[in-house]
Design a protein around this ligand. Structure first.
Ligand code: AMP
Ligand code: GLY
Length: 430
């Protein structure tokens, strides 16, 4: 098969890496790709403007058998609908189903209609009404833009004043543009956060993986939110009781609810969950793999990813058995100085940045120059992912490799996986 992967980040590197290893594959194209995706196939620059004419023309010319879409924006913009209309097989949700990520108010109302656990919430189109609600309640809330805001549209507040300031930033100062025309104001949840991924054909689903991301820039979960500074999988404190609660109370009603509402969800669905004292609760849905979660999930998967995707697209999930590496994978994101604010660019990569046994370097913000050098070109530059039979071993391998890679201003967290290690020690598990 000829495969086109859409996207340019670490997640798309991991997808292209998986696909390139598949026995089903002939040629891999990545659009636009990055300085590392050349290891897996050919980079090609295609416009992702609706209605995706350049992508459609390319798929026809290059005889693409399947398109795998990495990021949320083209999915929310309807790439799946546009390509499928032209007879091009595309993995992912339709525009309407992608509203689970594209609109927080759609998501919250869907959860409420289907009695799926989530934080209590109110939706506002008018800042005055939102301010009245918060002042009347006299407690802090999380304030979220309704629309996509590159992962920055959820503001977790510690005080009433901060909550009022967030409403002002989003609705009056319009810091997030039209994404903030409508907001969700929701109760704060407490607990451990986990990411759960499923593959679904709209009726049936298979559990793909669990992972834990590290969203803040600094160690100990301090500082501003980022796209994600590292992850590990699987999550050792997701015991079978919690997993059953997630499947029964969250996953099954989500898949069934979308189907019942005439809006079946197909593709990978990512559940951002908080394990609260009263049970798992949905923080968000994402309509794609996570970044950096993909970089730790795909190396663990021993079943061919492309075969799994193909089975999902042909409603043959029940025939699939997933095999996994018996251990853990840890991914450490190496970022450019300044990230998540403005950051340095154009610094050459040096040191040892090729893959090693059980250790993979997934490029994200990198660019290959015509002279063969690879330079930094984004906030999150690389993700170093390492397998280990224990979590401790995978963490150690990832950090040993991260230390061997050099570029000016490189930064990474030193505590990726620490919460998992603590849970393993406290609960005496492997
Ligand atoms: P979201 O964009 O909805 O995923 O939110 C981004 C991040 O904000 C989440 O990963 C959480 O860390 C945090 N967050 C969102 N909603 C809540 C909530 N209701 N309570 C506590 N933290 C939250
Ligand atoms: N790692 C968080 C995300 O992909 O949204």
């Amino acid at each position: 098969m000829n495969i086109l992967v859409i996207g340019s980040g670490g997640r798309e590197s991991a997808i292209a890496w998986s696909v390139a290893r598949s026995p089903l594959v002939r040629k891999v194209f990545i659009s636009p790709g990055n300085g590392g995706t050349l290891k897996y196939g050919e980079n090609i620059l295609l416009s992702l403007e609706y209605p995706f004419g350049e992508v459609i023309d390319f798929c026809e010319d290059a005889e693409i058998d399947l398109v795998i879409v990495g990021p949320e924006t083209p999915l929310v913009d309807g790439i799946v609908d546009c390509l499928r209309r032209e007879g091009i097989k595309t993995f992912g949700p339709t525009k309407k189903a992608a509203q689970l990520e594209g609109s927080k108010s759609f998501m919250k109302e869907f959860l409420a209609r289907n009695t799926i656990p989530t934080a209590r919430f109110r939706i506002f189109d008018d800042p005055k009404a939102a301010v009245e609600y918060v002042a009347g309640a006299g407690k802090p809330f999380v304030v979220k833009t309704d629309g996509l805001a590159a992962g920055k549209g959820a503001i977790v507040n510690k005080t009433v004043q901060e909550t009022l300031d967030s409403i002002n930033r989003i609705m009056v100062k319009r810091e997030f543009g039209d994404a903030g025309n409508r907001i969700v104001v929701e109760d704060l949840l407490e607990g451990e956060e986990v990411s759960v991924f499923i593959l679904t054909d709209g009726k049936d689903y298979r559990w793909l993986a669990s992972a834990q991301d590290h969203k803040r820039i600094f160690d100990g979960d301090e500082g501003p939110n980022t796209g994600g500074m590292g992850a590990y999988a699987p999550v050792p404190f997701l015991d079978s009781v919690t997993r059953t609660m997630i499947e029964e109370n969250i996953i099954k009603p989500t898949v069934a609810g979308m189907a019942k509402e005439g809006n079946p969800y197909t593709g990978i669905l990512y559940f951002g969950l908080m394990l609260t004292p009263s049970g798992p609760s949905v923080i968000e849905y994402n309509v794609r793999l996570g970044d950096p979660e993909a970089q730790v999930i795909l190396p663990l998967l021993e079943t061919d990813f492309l075969t799994a995707v193909w089975a999902c697209m042909h409603e043959e999930l029940s025939r699939l058995t997933f095999g996994y590496y018996d251990g853990y994978c840890t991914g450490v994101v190496i970022a450019a100085e300044g990230y998540p604010d403005s950051y340095r660019k154009g610094d050459p990569l040096a040191g040892s940045f090729g893959d090693e046994t059980n250790c993979f370097v997934f490029h994200a913000g990198t660019k290959a120059l015509s002279d063969g050098r690879v330079v930094t070109n984004g906030g999150r530059v690389l993700c170093v992912s390492a397998l280990g039979t224990t979590l401790e071993q995978s963490i150690r391998r990832a950090y040993e490799k991260a230390a061997k890679i050099d570029f000016a201003g490189k930064y990474y967290r030193k505590d990726i996986g620490a919460k998992g290690l603590k849970a393993i020690k406290n609960n005496n598990i492997k």
